[in-house]
Design a protein. Structure first.
Length: 278
């Protein structure tokens, strides 16, 4: 899932106008992805009509249906204000689908492309919420593995910080002890290469430490306007408080054991920067 923006739907897709599984009327195309397309759909419930987002793989197969079912299963365990809600998952004779809450706004990637280096206070308020969501999923024994700006949606509010929604849990896994996912990794790294932790690139076991690195990469990119090179600190690119400079450097440590021990520790460090400014 790359972007959910209700204001930019299109009708140039053959599925627009169709009714999926006799229940969801497809209103417009949101986004064409490499493996999935996103649509705005409407469901009639008694006397009310509600808008939803429909995620539909390009091909119907047992594998695509299983991936969506797995994503829905993960999301249904997570009830957090900064994580997108899954309402339904299924398939008919033509397609598999996952039904999600609508999100009005833009992705963090779109915001970064539009404004360039972002205001420090706004960035801290956004990333505090990202870490709140990461903390919640990690506490449930789930690691996202594909945290990047296009998987962070921002619901804008007038004169208030945007509300963050983490999306696209297609590559999420369970890392808790005893779960078959815990020590297994695919034969190739999953996620966006530019935001992957070094251990992900090497095909090693991922966990919360990998998500922490990805959040550190996003934090650097949001503040500077581009990803770091050769371990360069934010302070070499723009004036920031020493506290914030150290926070980002810790999250981006090459050695996972030198990063924050948890998303909660990362969030606490950001909180100190927000409150104290150093």
């Amino acid at each position: 899932m790359d972007s959910i923006q209700l204001a930019r739907t299109r009708d140039d897709h053959p599925l627009v106008g169709a009714v999926v599984n006799g229940r969801y009327c497809v209103v417009g195309l949101l986004h064409r992805g490499r493996r999935n397309d996103l649509f705005v759909a409407q469901e009639t419930m008694r006397d009310a009509v509600r808008s939803l987002v429909l995620k539909v793989p390009h091909q119907l197969s047992n594998e695509t249906a299983e991936v969506l079912a797995r994503e829905a299963g993960v999301l249904q365990q997570v009830r957090h204000p900064n994580v997108v809600v899954a309402h339904d998952v299924g398939s008919d004779d033509e397609r598999a689908y996952l039904v999600l809450d609508p999100i009005a706004g833009e992705t963090l990637a779109e915001t970064m492309e539009r404004v360039g280096p972002m205001n420090e206070r706004e960035v801290l308020e956004i990333f505090w919420q990202i870490l709140s969501a990461a903390r919640a999923i990690h506490d449930l024994g789930i690691v996202h593995r594909d945290l990047r700006p296009r998987n962070i949606c921002l619901e804008h509010r007038e004169n208030r910080p945007p509300v963050v929604k983490l999306i696209d849990f297609a590559t999420a896994k369970f890392f808790r002890e005893g779960h078959p996912d815990a020590q297994e990794e695919p034969p190739y790294p999953v996620g966006a290469h530019r935001y992957m932790a070094p251990e992900q690139h090497r095909g090693e076991v991922t966990g919360p430490w990998s998500d922490i690195y990805a959040i550190g990469m996003m934090l650097h990119a949001a503040l500077v306007g581009e990803l770091p090179e050769d371990g360069a600190r934010i302070s070499s690119r723009r004036p920031v408080s020493a506290g914030l400079d150290d926070v980002v450097a810790t999250a981006l440590a090459e050695d996972p054991t030198q990063r924050f021990a948890s998303a909660a520790d990362f969030q606490d460090a950001l909180t100190r920067v927000l409150l104290v400014g150093d």
